[in-house]
Design a protein. Sequence first.
Length: 198
Amino acid sequence: MKLFYSPTSPYARKVYACALALGFESRIELLPTNPHVSPPELLAMNPLSKIPCLVADDGLSLFDSRVIVEYLDSLGGDIQLFPISGRARFEVLRLQALADGIMDAAVGRRMEVMRPAEEARNAVMARQTMAVARALDELEGMELSQTANVGTIAVACALGYLTLRFSEEPWREGHPKLNAWFAKFGLLPFIASTKPKP
Ligand SMILES: N[C@@H](CCC(=O)N[C@@H](CS)C(=O)NCC(=O)O)C(=O)O
């Protein structure tokens, strides 16, 4: 399988960390990609020009990250990313959605930072900042497990992205429980080895 990837994309990191957690390291070839320059190889597989995009061994291209992690889980690996049924399944799916929401807001804000200043930009940034803050508060109030699943891996990737891109706004201070959870979960090999470098 080939994965259009960038180490600083939290969505791509979630997918790759899940692949490593499943034990698929040797089955995935990483294709370092900048989606913002719309390389033809990526466009041929994903017309949205977004990463991550996985090309399966039979040639099927898959996006976005939620679809890819479902596909990887369906192949059967060392862990189960999605509990099979019942409330446990939907709690994990909800956790992934919460973490993905942080990524959406933080990545959106990062994109705004790169644009020329204008009032609209400030409004979008304030909105995204608040969305992240509310999601962090919710995570702080949860009893997060140290068990690796798609939800906990996604949360670690979202927090890693905030640390990478918004270090001047330390999220840890107001969220001691989340900080303690992240400090321990971050030691897992597939989280430690995918930590993005500034
Ligand atoms: N919902 C998508 C989001 C993917 C996404 O926005 N990726 C960014 C990189 S972090 C991207 O490719 N951006 C290019 C663009 O928006 O044109 C997912 O979960 O995979």
